[in-house]
Design a protein around this ligand. Structure first.
Ligand SMILES: O=c1ccn([C@@H]2O[C@H](COP(=O)(O)O)[C@@H](O)[C@H]2O)c(=O)[nH]1
Length: 235
């Protein structure tokens, strides 16, 4: 899979300006909360006008199962390729999300998005987990357990740091997706990310795909930044 560019922009206009720098380039992009809450489903329709563009709608649903099922039903109607829930919402909630996506997609006559479960956010460090959130144990063990739960609940994959891919692969089938944000080229600032790897390391560790935002979107030359990350990932 191509690297997924996180389109963390405030407006559709900024998003379209950004995408226009990549004419005729097939892209995979992620729409997150900032853009979707600001612009609504119309921004998905606007991006879908662009040929050969896969959309990952990353809204990280986390609520009671009924509410998540109804929200997922709406997402399922949009014709996006990937979407997310928090695994910490539990197996019933993840199964409800999957049902909602399938029902929504069927009612709209589109393919259902694949469902990814967020394990532990890549901004969570070991110290934060144990000392601030007061959850005992290692991040690695927690991610492995949540990935197993996500698979049993019917998710198609998880979001985790590439640092945990090997542990996830021990408890899930080979076709289970492990999509990994927290990607930084060597020497780049890690910003608020804690469990960070380079694109080359993510590849070597067995990520299914990488998600990259600021190293591309905040670069003065976004096209070169994307191409160099893509080359490093595909190398
Ligand atoms: O654990 C997670 C889950 C989602 N994300 C999202 O990925 C991008 C990363 O952006 P960068 O600018 O490359 O840090 C962003 O949209 C997050 O919401 C994540 O980072 N970690």
């Amino acid at each position: 899979m191509r690297p997924i560019i996180a389109l963390d922009f405030a407006t559709a206009a900024k998003t379209v300006d950004f995408l226009n720098q990549f004419p005729d380039t097939p892209l995979s992009v992620k729409v997150g909360m900032e853009l979707f809450y600001g612009e609504g489903p119309q921004v998905i329709a606007a991006i879908q006008k662009r040929p050969q563009t896969e959309i990952f709608l990353d809204l990280k649903l986390h609520d009671i199962p009924h509410t998540v099922e109804q929200a997922a039903r709406q997402i399922g109607r949009l014709g996006v390729q990937l979407t997310t829930v928090h695994a910490l919402g539990g197996p019933e909630m993840m199964a409800a999300a999957k049902r909602g996506l399938l029902a929504g997609a069927k009612s709209a006559g589109v393919l259902a998005p694949k469902l990814l479960a967020i394990t532990q956010l890549t901004s969570t460090s070991q110290a934060m987990l144990n000392q601030d959130i007061r959850i005992p144990g290692t991040v690695l063990a927690s991610v492995r357990q949540l990935a197993q739960l996500a698979h049993q609940a019917g998710a198609d994959g998880v979001v985790a740091s590439a640092q945990e891919v090997q542990a996830i692969r021990e408890v899930t089938p080979v076709d289970f997706l492990v999509v990994t944000p927290g990607i930084r080229p060597a020497n780049a600032a890690s910003d608020d990310q804690h469990r960070v790897v380079t694109p080359q390391q993510a590849k070597a560790l067995g990520s299914s795909s990488i998600v990259v935002g600021r190293p591309i979107t905040q670069s003065p030359d976004a096209v070169s930044a994307y191409q160099s990350i893509k080359a490093a990932w595909e190398d």
